[in-house]
Design a protein around this ligand. Structure first.
Ligand code: AMP
Ligand code: MG
Length: 539
């Protein structure tokens, strides 16, 4: 039935709140009676367009979504929903409709779905053709505020991850399990709240479909949003397979959509490389500053936008150890926390090599990639200076910082809490070191006290008061990051059918710098004797 109340709330519908969809605003929507708790019409999913298909048949193939049986909405990110003008579900019935839609049961959302082809270097070796083995590009939705959310890009590509086999699945089954989907969902939104460029996660839908991994699990789907899901590996695929015309088309497409300023340059492909180098340097600085270990920095997991993509065996570091990786399959520690910048540089070389057919002189490409190191160093120095409350970077700050990092490694100091506690340290040489900060250096209290004397001497060159500096530091040093043990607790509850902990944790991750008192427990590091997070690539 179409009730009056239902029509009355039409202007809160997702498509109505997005001026880009105003054409549909007069649509007379079918409505259903949802009971007294929720009398709203069903959500009208904004129409998707699929410009990627126009690139040509070499780039993607149409693949239908395989819907999840018994779809259940595990969680929805209100922040991600707002990017595309959607209102998150407000009642059980709306949750059911979301689960149907983002579990793959609504044709208008999956009609034009495509799997794209890419390749990549995995653990330093050429892996050949890969591609979307379990992800499908549904199309794109306009940014709800004309590019304000997306950093100037006009639209958000919408992708299902875990929606069944594709021609690029190789030996895989095309599914994603609930455990890894929850991790991707939560971390995408956590990183966004921390200000780290990242693909976004709109929602996660669970199901009863059994999936065999190390043990029997169930399938889930994450709906991801990003201005683009193009990876370094897309360029590698067309370059190494000798499809130079397609490589040129892909390059032109990326430039036209994401960095149009490169189009006017004498060598647009070279300009694109410079752009990707700069963005990747900035991204890596941000990863290092928040203590994020990606875990699988293969070139197929590197976004051309310089955004974090493909959350697998990642972790936020607890006790600082630059050689830590959560990925159990990475036995040599290739992708360990402290090696990430060097790996990003290596990956950029692979991108440069892929672009060589479009660049006149190889030396120019090399020179562009050589720009990574100074740009990364500048960016990370700025990030770390801000974490320590320094307004400008001085020549001797690098040594001061490195000495602190050495002390933190030797004392297994908690990365997040140590920096957060620094804001309580007065510049006054007579003031005591706050006990919670001193407690992070249990093995070398005197060496730490000596370091604090140097830091306080450095603070004399700063103009801000203790209070002003503390405020600035608290705005860049988070209290809450997605620690493995909290994610694991939420996953175990969800596997038992209770999604409330995923939702609570998401609420905490939305406010990493000033969590509500109710979320204080999420700041807690794991028990001192807990083994560090160890994750396999299986997901
Ligand atoms: P990843 O290690 O998740 O970045 O994936 C590497 C490649 O394997 C990509 O081409 C993925 O699409 C593919 N892949 C990973 N898991 C699966 C799966 N369960 N089914 C099909 N393809 C997969
Ligand atoms: Mg991947």
């Amino acid at each position: 039935m179409v009730g009056k109340a239902a029509r009355g709330v039409k202007d809160t519908l997702p498509h109505m709140r997005n001026p880009a969809f105003s054409e549909n605003a007069t649509m007379d929507l079918p409505s259903i009676d949802l009971g007294s708790a929720c009398t709203v019409p069903p959500p009208a999913w904004p129409p998707l367009c699929q410009p990627f298909a126009a690139l040509g048949p070499e780039f993607s193939v149409p693949v239908a979504v395989s819907p999840l049986p018994d779809p259940m909405l595990v969680a929805c990110s209100a922040d991600a929903a707002a990017l595309v003008g959607l209102q998150p579900p407000r009642c059980t019935e709306e949750e059911r409709l979301w689960a149907q839609a983002f579990g793959g049961h609504v044709d208008t959302l999956s009609g034009g779905s495509r799997a794209t082809v890419y390749a990549g270097h995995q653990f330093g070796n050429w892996a050949g053709q890969l591609g979307d083995g379990r992800a499908l590009l549904l199309g794109e939705w306009p940014d709800a505020e004309n590019g304000r959310h997306s950093g100037g890009y006009p639209a958000w590509e919408v992708q299902f991850k875990g929606s069944g086999r594709t021609p690029f699945s190789r030996m895989g089954d095309g599914w994603a399990v609930l455990r890894s989907s929850i991790r991707e969902f939560l971390c995408s939104e956590a990183m966004a709240a921390l200000g780290v460029p990242t693909t976004r996660a709109l929602c996660i839908v669970g199901s009863t479909r059994p999936v065999r991994r190390e043990e029997l699990e169930t399938a889930a789907m994450v709906t991801r949003l990003s201005p683009s899901f193009i990876r370094f590996g897309h360029f590698e695929h067309f370059s190494y397979s000798g499809q130079t015309a397609a490589l040129q088309r892909l390059t032109d497409w990326v430039i036209a959509r994401y960095c149009p300023q490169c189009a006017g340059q004498p060598q647009p492909a070279l300009a694109l490389l410079h752009w990707a180098v700069a963005r990747t340097a900035e991204l890596l600085a941000r990863w290092q500053a928040v203590g994020f270990v990606h875990g699988v920095m293969n070139t197929d997991n590197m976004s051309i936008l310089g955004w974090t993509i493909d959350y697998g065996p990642f972790a936020f570091i607890d006790a600082y150890d630059p050689l830590y990786t959560p990925n159990t399959t990475d036995r040599s520690g290739r992708y360990a926390l402290g090696r990430q910048p060097a790996v990003a540089h290596w990956n950029l070389l692979a991108l440069a090599q892929a672009l060589l057919p479009l660049i006149a002189k190889p030396d120019d490409a090399l020179q562009a990639v050589d720009g990574f190191r100074p740009q990364f160093v500048r960016a990370v120095q700025q990030q770390m200076a801000a974490k320590l409350g320094l307004e400008q970077v001085d020549a001797d700050d690098g040594v001061l910082l490195q000495d602190l990092l050495d002390l933190m490694a030797a004392n297994r100091s908690d990365w997040t809490l140590t920096f957060r506690h620094f804001s309580r340290l007065s510049a006054d040489a007579q003031a005591a070191i706050p006990p919670e900060l001193a407690a992070q250096f249990p093995r070398q209290p005197q060496a730490f006290a000596a370091w604090v004397r140097r830091y306080r001497a450095r603070l004399q060159r700063e103009r801000r008061s203790d209070q002003a500096r503390a405020q600035a530091m608290d705005a860049v040093n988070p209290v809450v990051v997605l620690r493995h043990h909290h994610a694991q607790a939420a996953i175990e509850r969800a596997q038992a059918g209770d999604f409330s902990e995923v939702r609570r944790l998401l609420a905490a991750l939305r406010k990493p710098f000033s969590p509500d008192a109710a979320h204080a427990a999420y700041a807690q590091p794991p028990a001192a004797d807990a083994p560090p997070a160890c994750l396999s690539c299986s997901s």
